[in-house]
Write a protein that binds this ligand. Sequence first.
Ligand code: PMV
Length: 332
Amino acid sequence: MTTATARACANIALVKYWGKRAIAGNLPATGSLSLTLAALVTETRVEFDGALAADELVMDDAAADATRVTAFLDLVRARAGIATRARVTTRNEFPTASGLASSASGFAALALAATKAAGIALDPRELSRLARAGSGSAARSIFGGFVRMRTGDTDAEAYAEPIDSPLVDRVRMVIAIVGSGAPKTYASRDAMEHVAATSPLYPSWLVAVPRDLAAAEDALAMRATHAKAGDDAALRALGELAEANALAMHATAIAARPAIIYWQPATIALLAAVRTLRGNGRAAWATIDAGPHVKVLTTVDDADHVARALAGVEGVTATTISGPGEGARVIA
Ligand code: PMV
């Protein structure tokens, strides 16, 4: 086979990946934990063609710079023992002009389509390691539902894996888009390096993450007190620590020198709206990535109410409700 098409969903981290122990291969400094989202999909077609002198990339119908794709395809070519260049066509089925990061779904779909088109079959773990080389968060988008990324002592051990949890049927994520969706000013890969090098809060972040991961895994497994108290207590525990973890990540960035501040006024207003929703008895916990948008963890029962409330916040241009998504798959 020389052509293949794959689909992958983006994921939102509940315990963030924010810092690398090695830049080559995107080896993470800590583990992370995410939810794959059905509403944010990338579809990617890869065609190896002996007539091409260089890789070509078409993204959302426009020719795009293929530098990162070529670096990634070189890894696939080395494994497959081929030198053939490829035509890569990729489309993001994301809320319009959302400015949401698509590198996770993008590199997960590319890893799957490119290996399939090159005639090599990788198991999901190997595929996850390969996707990580494209973008750290892409390792998690190989899988559906809740996913843990392992730090691993070696490169071979740094892969993601799915976590079974009864909460997967209960959760929804409301995505509130802030502003026009213009490209973010500071890409996460550069930002995490700058933060690790200059933020006085970064060492504390490295201490906090393993604790947050352990607590998140307890909540997902409904261990300890959650088992007796039921789904909602477990979801509350997960939501509370996800919000605290995201704010801690942003604290490291704000304390970097010079500071990296992703928040817009509407971001802060959304955090306040989420607190108000909680005060009114709704399930709502916020998380924020390398941009101004706010993603709110909620339940299937409260998702519509939460989305309506967030849509009314000044500066919010769109809201989307998403359920958990599937892992990456080949479709042609
Ligand atoms: O995969 P990258 O290099 O785009 O990093 C993603 C970083 C965050 O989105 C901020 C956190 C995460 O774990 O997804």
